[in-house]
Design a protein around this ligand. Sequence first.
Ligand code: ADP
Length: 494
Amino acid sequence: MSTPPHDIVFLTSEIYPFSKSGGLADVMGILPLTLSRLGVRVAVFTPFYGRLSTGQYPVHLVYENCPVGYPWFDSTADIYMANYHGLPVYFIERGEYFDRRHYYCTHKGDYFDNCERFIFFCRAALCAIRHMGLGTRIVHAQDWHAALAVAYLAFWRRTDPFWAGMRTVMSIHNLAYQGRFSYRLFEQSGLPHEAWNMEGVEFYNSFNLLKAGVAFADRITTVSPSYAREIMTPEFGCGLEGILTRRKADLIGILNGADYAIWSPQHDPVLECTYSADQPEGKKECKAALLQSLNMRPELADRPVLGFIGRFRGQKGIDVILESIPEIMALDVGFIALGEGKAEYEAAMMNIMEEYPGRVVGVIGYTEEISHLIQAGTDIFLMPSRYEPCGLTQMYSLSYGTPPVATAVGGLRDTIIPYPQEGANGFVFNEPTRESLVQAVRQAVAVWDDKAAWKTLQINAMRANFSWEKSARRYMQVYAGLHADLFAQEGGAL
Ligand code: ADP
């Protein structure tokens, strides 16, 4: 187990396998680990949720009553730790904030005290760094939940020598989620009044946590080069395009990778039969098993089955899929969707399932295992996202030989080589509309009918390699740009 110093400390609201509601958790489950395998002294801080899957990684108390020191009352957090393959993962425990059934919201909406919860998380993590003597040089905050840590440090380091050398990186995994709250909560955050202006945390009279991170971080990263360009435009900037453009020199797009230890059909323990680019036959068995387990028509074994996995939200274009179903079904295909989200989309999915018995199945819920079975057991993966910072599910679908049909946005643009280009591994289209999606699906089904062409596409897909090591080295360059001496001992490691 590594011991302090922890040069780089990640602050994240989710980390797989302990907590997960989407891609952020997957990234946190592998990026810090890859860095640590490259010799970087790294640790992670995350909340100790009630719904924590500690499983095979026991969590133990390492620091009791760490003073968090709100400006208006004294508060403490208990710090727990798990050893995740040698990576120290610290959990901030404070029952009244984190011991709940969900992470951020219930079906009725966001928790009323989310701002307070994540103010607490950020302050507690920073205080733990200090009180536990972790020797941290760079705080790397993920998304709005951790963004305030960046803002606190920007002010604390002006006056307190302890923080003076500390540098910050703010990573944006999804700009649409900014954490916007009222001025009253800004007053409770303990940030100085000078932070409340258009170049700081204020956003149309609200307290915007992600903007605080963007405004005050030494470097800003996001999860694909295309998304880094897109978020500087009004179409994708979610109102922050101005400040992001002003910070262009410090904004870097680094493509996420895929964790092939978890997402490879070659050794996926939940599959009926493993397979690979060299021995792809097992995919058929995975498909047959999936069709059977979902009571789908066995004839679909000889027709393409389309898959979707993701949040039932406008971002993912699930509404576009639902709208397109009659035309897609006319192509004599099957469709399986796994997801949860907006009640209206969940209900529409159930109605469509009734309309196409044995051909369309909607699994409403969040089930890690089924997501693997769908990746392996379907033929074509649908991803008509309106925007996509990076997108991991298409990288997984490529790995499982299930070529994606996706919009040409963000990370989808950076990871899919569209048919009929040389080396094609999927299909892309420009507008997330019914017409464009149906046209692209038609094209994909036509290529599927040409067995040789499909095989080439599938093999290209399975050979795509989104290595985390390459991305982790890019992060190391960002860190080295902030503390030139950080990896000096590694010599040529960068
Ligand atoms: P986002 O983070 O925007 O939701 P990504 O494609 O980056 O989208 O990552 C989504 C992650 O969440 C993937 O690991 C995907 O398999 C998983 N996922 C999404 N919805 C579900 C679900 N309903 N059940 C299981 N896993 C899901």
